[in-house]
Design a binder for this molecule. Sequence first.
Ligand SMILES: [Fe+2]
Length: 196
Amino acid sequence: MTLPETKVAAVFQLLENGSKQGYIGEDISQLEHALQAALYATQAQSDNETVLAALLHDIGQFCSAKELQRMLATDNDQGIDVGVVGHEKLGAQYLHKLGFSNKVCELVESHVVAKRYLTATEPGYYAGLSKASKLSLKFQGGPFTPDEARAFEQDPFFQEKVQLRKWDDAAKVVGLETPGLETYRMLAIKHLQART
Ligand SMILES: [Fe+2]
């Protein structure tokens, strides 16, 4: 069985690799984006699962589906779905396989859905989106219908999902000082330890 420390090291290595990877359409790296989102979650006094979800929300973008599949090749019974799947689903599946909680995985998976909710319900939200975000919305299904929006409001993690989306949108500040990645290592290890 893989130790929580080893699993977290693998996930954090992906984030570390993201320091060299630009955030699509923005002037900051993927790692900076993740650290900014985690900082906002911490400042909002969120629970640990929400902070971890903010840090890891784009983990599905850090490496290809093929690489994720290879990393998890030891466990064949429930392989990752490497078909046509969005980065949010890929990230959630990856974290689920590593043993992160349902809440963390659901929040990671939801940040695109929450954008669809906010574009349907919050006046001015669409206008405030970045160019890249507006473009991706089209491929993500567009704004929710009123029925879809109402259904989403019944979700037990509705508040956190909407919050996470807003932190995601705001986590694009060039040059913002944030605590480093190491700040979150023990948090992630303890989270996994508590679940084994
Ligand atoms: Fe993001």
